[in-house]
Structures are given as structure tokens and as C-alpha cells.
Design a binder for this molecule. Sequence first.
Ligand code: FAD
Length: 471
Amino acid sequence: SKTIMWFRKDLRLDDNTALNKMIEDSEVTDELICLFQLNPLQFIENSYNHDAFFQSLGTFYEHAKTNNIGLHFVYGDVEENFTALKKTYPDWNKIYFNKDERGFGRERDQKMITFFENHQIQVHSFQDSHLHGVQEIKKPNGESYKVFTPYFRKWLTMPKRPYERTKNKNRSFAKLTHPLFKEGEKQFRQIIENIELPFDYESGEAAAEECLKEFIKNHLHEYQKMRDFPSSDQTSKLSKFLRTGELSIRKVWHALNAEPDSDGRQTFISELCWRDFYNMIYYENPKQKTQEIKEQYRQLSWSYNQEFFERWKNGQTGFPIVDAGMRQLNQTGWMHNRLRMIVASFLTKDLMIDWQMGERYFQEKLIDYDAASNIGGWQWAASTGTDAVPYFRIFNPTTQGEKFDPQGEFIRQFVPELKDFPNKYIHEPSKMPADIQQSIDVSIGKEYPTQIVDHSKIRAEILTFFKESSS
Ligand code: FAD
């Protein structure tokens, strides 16, 4: 009989729960088939997000091939694809996959589980992507947490599943021919040929492992001290590997456990918990991509000023730390966490633009896009989410710059117009006297824009904005 392993955001052979279980459960006579379903409904064409994911998929395809695993592709409507496969292969009677617990993937999985059951295909699905699944961490009364700190306390006490090497990845896997697979492979190749990432993008299990090792060796124990300074670039950069599943989260946990304790290690662990927390919050609030979690803020009269939005996107707001962050995103597909908070706060509080516009822009640009973390981060910044920053605490983009990029090194890297500005004016270039501007050939308002808003007036406006809308 035939068994299918359905890959999705778990592009690895190592410690892959569903793959491990399939190998473990199978008889030597079973035909094991590895499959990836290309669903155009999930494509965000012409985006870094899309291209990065498919580059990782391409690397995985090659990696699987060198382990004698032929990855099959099917393209189109998921139900039509599986109906056709069942028709051609009536002896296909088991499917394994790592389930998606929230968002689009969750709905697809629920629909497909019913389909498989109606077609006498046994379903074996597993929580693989997070240290704890969406239903695992509950209050003593069985309710879900809404606030991070008590969730984290409970999370720390819960045992974590061990990291398990895939036992026999050299076992023989089937290579089938079917017109659907032929078409799927053609579509896959076309996507790969059209990848146009304008920056280096490392992919694959080996690169992920290397990244983890390098971070632990050189930066983990200093993480708490250094993580907020974008110019020092000492965060792990693991997000893109966790998003594609090229790195097992249990492997990360296992590696952390082998380390002596330190403030850095503890802070890093709390970040992994945020990832689980937002995943759970998205599960609990399935509409949160297009709806504020806090009910009282669903009627806020957000701005849709296109000109301001364009200036924010292009890093032309006149606030150097905001512009440097946005340009880092546009040029590299990644942005430092401190800057994500600053630019999201700036869009929603200083420009009062709908957080959903920012969320969607990040969705296109981020190579580590994860719906739960991104929506969670945006609703946190907009003060509309659960456990979000209160609306009266407004980031000051100038003092944030002074605090987290004191010498302006990061700003100079991404806003080269300001590279000759003295430290004294790097965070407020418009304050630089005209004669000095002339001497370095940069005039504010020409080479670099004047500030798009007067931040000193924002506080009063935001207080009214939130109070009026929620009264
Ligand atoms: P590190 O600082 O090394 O953290 C280690 C890991 O912990 C990360 O890889 C990530 O998996 C997890 N983590 C860290 N901070 C958070 C957090 N606040 N929420 C959830 N998980 C976290 N993260 C994404 O993975 N995808 C996104 O689309 C995303 N969008 C965001 C949008 C906004 C507005 C904000 C404020 C944050 C967003 N984050 C997102 C969280 C965080 O910025 C990134 O996870 C982090 O910058 C990735 O870099 P790193 O791997 O070097 O992080």
C-alpha cells in the first residue's frame, strides 16, 4: 500500500515529527511518497516572502534528492489534487503531515482531514513547529492565557519534547510518474527560475545548523545586553529557518540546554516563548489579521494617507532611525526587532495609519514572515492586541535612535545621505545649522527629507484618537 508524507513548513529531514513517525510505522513493503502541494492561493507573487520560501524549497528538494528521496509536486486546488491521486492510486491509504494550527493552513487541514477520512485514508498529523502547541499551555481553570508573563511562567514548567534524529532517512522512497507530478514539477521549476531576490539568502538544513551553532558560540550569553542594538547585529537570525522549518525548534531547545545558564540564555528562551504565545493568540483569535483583538478599538478612524504610507515604506520620513529600519527591510528582507517595534509604532502612532497596511507590507517583504508573530507584533505596536503596549506609551523615534544607535552607525549604514553628519545631529538632521549642511553638501529637504510630522504634537492627538474612538 502507499503512504504519503505531505511536506509544508517543515522543510527538513532531521527531527521531522511526521517523517519520523511515517518511517517508524511503515512496513518494508509500503511505498513511501514524499509530496509538496503547490497551492496558488498561498502565493504572494513578486514578494521576498514568496521567493525566499521557494528558494528554501528548492534547496530542500536537492537535499532530499541526495538522500535518495524524490520530492513529488502537485499544483492547483488541494482537494482536486488529492482526489486525482486517490483515483489513480486506490491503494494509497495513509497520509502523514505536520499540522498547521492556525490561519489559512488550519482551515485547509480541517477541510482535508474530513476529505481523507471520507476516502478511507488514515490521517496521522502532528504538532511539530513549536515547542508547545496552541492548546498545551492553559490556566489552571482550563482557559487560555491572554497575558504573556503568566503564560511564560507556566510554559517554563512544562516538559519539552526531545530532539530526535531521523532514524532511517536512507530507506527507499518511491518515485512515481503521473501527469499531475509532471505538471507539478514543471510549475515548481518555473517558480524557481523566476526567483529574483536582490540579496544573498542562505537556505537549507546545513546553513540553519551553522547559524544556530555560530549564535550559541558567539552571542547567546551576551544576548540580553546586545540584542537591542541593531548595529551590533547580535541576534540569532534564526527566524527565517524556523519559518520554513529548515531548523527544528527542538534542536534549538536541545542546544540551549547544553549551555550554562546566563541572562542571555534566559532572555533568548523568553523570545522562543513569545513565538509560541503569538501562535496560540492567533489560534484563539482567528480573525486577527483583519480585526483588532481588543473589541473597544475596532472602530478607530485610522488614516489611509497614501503619500505618507509611501514615504514610510521607502524610508523617507525624515526620522533617521525609522528610515534606516525601513531601508534595511527593503534591501535585505529582514529587520532588527528593535526597529520593527520603532517603525510599527511610527506608522500607527505618528502617522496614525492603519496597522493592517503595515502588516501587509511586512508580509511581502519579510523573508521570515510568520503570520502569528507579524500580526502579534503589529497589534502590539498599535495597542490593539492582547497584552499590547498601552496607547499612551508612545515611542519617540528620536530618543529611540539616541538610545539604541547612539553613535549613529546603523543609520549611516542604511541612510548614506547622512554618513557625514556629526553624532550631535545624526538623530535630528534638521537641527543641523545651514552652514554645516553646506559644508558637507547635504541639505535637509533636498538630499534627505524634513520630518514628515511634528512628533511633539503626536501625544495629544493619539490620546484623543484612542479615547474618542473607544468611548
Ligand atoms: P532573535 O532575537 O534571535 O530571537 C530568536 C527567535 O525568537 C526568533 O527567531 C523568533 O523565532 C523568536 N522571537 C523573537 N522575538 C519574537 C517576538 N517578538 N515574537 C515572536 N517570536 C519572536 N518574527 C517573525 O518570525 N516573523 C515575523 O513576521 C515577525 N514580524 C514582526 C513584526 C513586528 C511589528 C514586530 C515588532 C516583531 C515581529 N517579529 C516577527 C518578531 C521579531 O522581530 C523577529 O522574530 C526577530 O527580529 C527575528 O530575528 P532573530 O531570529 O535574529 O531574532
